[in-house]
Design a protein around this ligand. Structure first.
Ligand code: TLP
Length: 344
């Protein structure tokens, strides 16, 4: 949407001129034959960054999560997951349809679960029950307002999973944000999970693309299912080049998105009727409630659009804002002026 300040998601970024140049100049081959040198370079790079044996390029974060779930489970298995997680809420029921698994949903605090909650949810070895096979975590947590999974909680969940013979998948669509905000390297997070998915097309600004990482054997299995799901692509180096460019140039700058998100949250807090805790804004996502302003999220969204700012209504009175590469600090000040008018 031209000339709008777009705070709906960090998925809306457009490739920069330098990224487009890298894409145009990419060497390509047929990736279904494993012959695309740019895809191979990207896969090796991401595996190295996450400290995993292997990585595979896939079209979307949804496919990354679904391939991981499919590769870890058998039909009828149970997957322990947080109730506001992405795979449970925003992937079209894919895990039921494509993997035949059921979710055991737990209530987290801003998306974050405790190992003790998970322990209680693990099924006993009894033929009445489904077989618990997998635990899924989301770092950062989207519906949790970009909440960072504290690493000590991840370690505890990892120990629990290993002691019970379960696999652990981390949806790291925004793991880069967690890493930049905490200084904890992506590989330090990734070492505690059997598989980690990451997105190149959110905060990092690539137009398309996600990765699944894990052991060589696991990624071979993902590769087979990627073909089955129709995710094998041909001369896809043109897109992989954008991912390589993003990893080289757009990770450190996520700090700016986090500062912009904090500024936005602190500004919003000043408006009567806005319920927000700026301390909860740890990365690039802001969630606030309009209930006390006597306005629905849809009304606020409509009014903001008239002011040239796009935002995302998340439920009846909840709004989500996401900062990213294509939103400057000046845009944040403009958005705050628009909110001021709307909440006056
Ligand atoms: N999330 C999108 C929407 O689907 C809600 C967004 O705008 O934030 N994991 C997480 C944690 C995500 O937030 C998303 C995208 C995905 C996976 C899926 O990625 P894509 O959109 O590439 O399939």
């Amino acid at each position: 949407m031209k000339n709008f300040i777009d705070l709906r998601s960090d998925t809306v970024t457009k490739p920069t001129p330098a990224m487009r140049k890298a894409m145009a100049e990419a060497e390509v081959g047929d990736d279904v034959f494993g012959e695309d040198p740019t895809v191979n370079a990207l896969q090796e790079k991401v595996a190295r960054i996450l400290g995993k044996e292997a990585a595979i390029f896939v079209p979307s974060g949804t496919m990354a999560n679904q391939l991981a779930i499919k590769s870890h489970t058998q039909p009828g298995d149970e997957v322990i997951i947080e109730g506001t997680s992405h795979p449970y809420n925003f992937e079209g029921g894919a895990s039921a349809a494509l993997s035949g698994v059921q979710f055991y949903c737990l209530k987290g605090v801003r998306g974050i679960l405790e190992a003790s909650q998970i322990e209680e949810a693990i099924r006993p070895d009894d033929h009445h029950f489904p077989i618990t096979k997998l635990i899924c975590l989301e770092n950062t947590h989207n519906r949790g307002g970009g909440a960072i999974y504290p690493i000590e909680k991840i370690v505890k969940i990892h120990r629990l999973a290993k002691s019970k013979g379960l696999s652990l998948h981390m949806d790291g669509a925004r793991l880069w944000n967690a890493s930049v905000a905490t200084g904890i390297k992506p590989a330090e997070y990734a070492q505690w999970a059997d598989s980690v998915s990451v997105c190149l097309s959110k905060g990092l600004g690539a137009p398309i693309g996600s990765m699944v990482t894990g052991s060589k054997i696991f990624i071979d299995r993902v590769h087979r299912f990627r073909k089955m799901f129709g995710g094998g692509m041909r001369q896809v180096g043109v897109i992989a080049a954008a991912g390589i460019y993003a990893l080289d140039h757009h990770i450190e700058r996520l700090k700016e998105d986090h500062q912009n998100a904090k500024r936005l949250a602190l500004g919003l807090k000043e408006f009567k009727g806005v319920s927000i805790n700026p301390e909860h804004v740890e990365t690039n996502i802001i969630i606030f409630s309009t209930a006390d302003a006597g306005m629905t999220a849809a009304q606020v969204t409509e009014a903001m659009k008239k002011e040239g700012v796009l935002i995302h209504a998340f439920g009846k009175t909840q709004i989500r804002l996401v900062t990213h590469l294509d939103v400057s600090s000046e845009d944040i000040e403009k958005a705050l002026k628009a909110f001021k008018k709307v909440f006056r």
